[in-house]
Design a protein. Structure first.
Length: 104
């Protein structure tokens, strides 16, 4: 069975905790993290600045993992939830690998 890609969107205030948690996970080889602007029709959790700007600064993490690790990763993320939920989705992958420069 091929790997899956877990993508999760979460509030900036748990970024450091999420990094610490994923770095310690022995079953994944790494992850990608980026800052994003999150837009939503539900502004009830936005502070005044976010309501004026129309978006909330958030983070997105991507973790390549085997399917049998999915439940563990989701439980880990769930343990980091604070006042705001973490939104996630999982993609099946048809292929993954590394590309290297050929001989020059």
């Amino acid at each position: 069975m091929s790997d899956q890609l877990l993508v999760a969107i979460f509030p900036e205030n748990i970024r450091d905790d999420l990094i610490d948690t994923l770095i310690q996970a022995r079953d994944i080889s790494g992850f990608s993290l980026q800052a994003i602007d999150g837009y939503s029709r539900e502004h009830s959790q936005y502070d005044l600045r976010e309501q004026v700007a129309g978006y909330r600064r958030m983070c997105r993490v991507e973790v390549l993992h085997p399917p049998e690790l999915e439940a563990t990763l989701l439980a880990t993320l769930e343990g980091l939830c604070t006042a705001s939920p973490i939104r996630y989705w999982v993609y099946p992958l048809s292929r993954s690998g590394h590309l290297h420069a050929g001989p020059g």
